[in-house]
Design a protein around this ligand. Structure first.
Ligand SMILES: Cc1cc2nc3c(=O)[nH]c(=O)nc-3n(C[C@H](O)[C@H](O)[C@H](O)COP(=O)(O)OP(=O)(O)OC[C@H]3O[C@@H](n4cnc5c(N)ncnc54)[C@H](O)[C@@H]3O)c2cc1C
Length: 481
């Protein structure tokens, strides 16, 4: 996504742009899996901030609706707790506040105030963090930056996310519901900054969306635009090295030979780039040493039954959230009692599964460490997930599975170069993690730029699109010199 965004922007600025992609398809983690009669979006399942995507079409003078369709979700997520409590979370902030008051006795004014503050945090800091390279002085000398710095206390950067939630809400289930948003950038709510309370305010404010043709159509629509404006694509072409002349990047090397270029924008995982594509070059070790975000195991199950109590997005919380994050980030184990995310795109796109059946994307967060990814660990996790879902849904799930495949940290690494299978590069557990994340440019090599979920401003589709914008702007300035 980062690479597509950067390629489109640089082409629109008048440059000749060629994309070299190791896989035979466009979109990276937004892959499609067909397992028997079931279609799955292999990676991302939640689409937010569609404007960042639409902007690329508008920049090209096109109508986004001619390329891509999506709909707003009324219900954002169906939540299930081990004690039998459930909640269907409406997208509308006032309706969510009411639902939390009715279900858990929460003070609805506190919920509304919490979400409003999240929106204010974004209004204050979003522009600085998402539209600019953090590691350039100019970012902090604008009037907007000065305003944000004066009001930095409002961002609650130095509070922990869980601490904020525990102090704001009375019911532990509400705390857990909002804590889970730290996982949107692969982080730990017990360590990450309360700055990230802005994340739930997107879903319960601007909204969450479903692309009518599935998540992969986000990338495919950008690919169509890119080819129409003249970006050239070479698929099944792995970049094997970044070519350098002195302190300047001069191109890339593939199996077919060297391709000269005035600038290179890398959308590969930043650790893969330094370790595998320029191993002899000094690397920014401090940025690469930052602890990784979570990885995931995803079971893709074709289920020959439909479940009325389930929606598009479903979360089955673990009983001890703290123990789960301790396993993910401290003891580095696959959780024994995991929180399970279940996505069913067939709820909105019925042709993803045969009639009366559902395509289950069942995801559990695990540490980013491929060494933990053994057949025994996978078999144990599969049984654990089946036991939990069967108990919570009151039906034996295993006999209903008629098609199956799985994604693990190792396959994430093999398919997209995600280092150790990390979903989003480094995690955001440290209060200063934003500043340690790799920038969108190389400090050492002129002409080398970075985009994608492992560099600034972070992982996920919206931020990857933003990183493409920042990288393209930096590359454009460099090429104009
Ligand atoms: C299971 C899962 C669930 C997720 N859920 C969500 C979600 O719900 N919402 C959300 O917003 N985000 C989610 N994400 C994260 C999201 O997919 C990414 O952050 C986002 O797609 C950005 O990707 P990217 O630009 O970093 O590139 P990637 O998707 O990582 O793509 C990098 C591309 O570079 C190519 N490449 C790498 N090395 C080379 C090389 N040497 N030569 C040539 N090509 C190379 C790869 O083949 C790949 O196509 C999820 C990810 C996963 C895996």
């Amino acid at each position: 996504m980062g690479g597509l965004a950067a390629a489109i922007r640089l082409r629109l600025a008048g440059h000749t742009v060629a994309v070299y992609e190791a896989n035979g398809y466009v979109g990276g983690k937004l892959a499609v899996l067909q397992v028997g009669a079931y279609r799955f979006d292999a990676g991302p399942s939640l689409f937010t901030q569609p404007d960042y995507h639409a902007e690329l079409f508008k920049l090209a003078g096109k109508n986004p609706a001619d390329y891509f369709a999506y709909q707003r979700l009324q219900t954002v997520c169906h939540y299930f707790w081990p004690d039998g409590s459930t909640l269907q979370a409406p997208a509308d902030p006032a309706a969510l506040a009411r639902a939390l008051e009715e279900t858990f006795g929460e003070d609805s004014t506190k919920v509304k105030a919490y979400l409003a503050r999240g929106r204010k945090k974004f209004a204050l800091a979003g522009d600085i963090f998402l539209n600019n390279p953090l590691q350039r002085l100019g970012t902090f000398t604008s009037a907007k930056a000065a305003k944000a710095i004066m009001q930095i206390y409002k961002l609650q950067i130095f509070k922990r996310l869980h601490g904020l939630h525990a102090a704001t809400f009375r019911h532990p289930h509400t705390v857990q519901l909002f804590d889970r948003y730290a996982t949107y950038n692969g982080s730990n709510p017990y360590q990450a900054s309360a700055l990230y309370s802005m994340i739930p305010s997107f879903e319960h404010g601007e909204g969450a969306y479903f692309p009518t043709e599935g998540m992969a159509s986000i990338g495919q629509s950008l690919y169509r635009l890119a080819t129409e404006i003249g970006v050239a694509f070479q698929f099944n072409t792995r970049v094997e090295a970044i070519e350098r002349t002195g302190g300047r990047v001069s191109g890339i090397r593939t199996a077919a030979g060297i391709v000269s270029a005035d600038a290179v924008v890398s959308n590969a995982d930043v650790t893969h780039l330094y370790r595998d594509l320029m191993p002899a070059a000094p690397a920014p070790e401090r940025a690469l040493a930052q602890p990784l975000s979570t990885s995931a195991v995803v079971f893709y199950w074709g289920i020959r039954r439909s479940f009325g109590q389930l929606g598009l997005h479903n979360i089955f919380f673990s009983a001890d959230y703290k123990a789960e994050f301790k396993a993910l980030f401290q003891t580095q184990q696959w959780p024994e009692d995991p929180t399970i995310y279940l996505n069913i795109s067939a709820k909105y796109k019925p042709d993803d599964a045969p009639a009366g059946s559902e395509n289950w994307f069942v995801m559990v967060n695990v540490p980013a460490q491929t060494a933990l990814d053994t057949p025994e660990a996978l078999a144990t996790l599969r049984q654990t997930v089946l036991r939990i879902l069967s108990a919570r849904l009151g039906t034996e799930i295993e006999p209903l599975i008629e098609a199956e495949t799985v994604l693990t940290p190792t396959s994430i690494q093999n398919r997209t170069s995600g280092w150790q299978g990390a979903l989003y590069g480094s995690n955001s557990n440290s209060l200063w993690s934003g500043f340690w994340r790799h920038p969108n440019f190389s400090k050492r090599y002129k002409g080398l730029f970075f985009t994608g979920g492992t560099v600034h401003p972070g992982g996920g589709i919206p931020l990857a699109l933003k990183s493409g914008q920042i990288a393209a702007r930096l590359a454009q300035a460099y090429l104009q010199k």
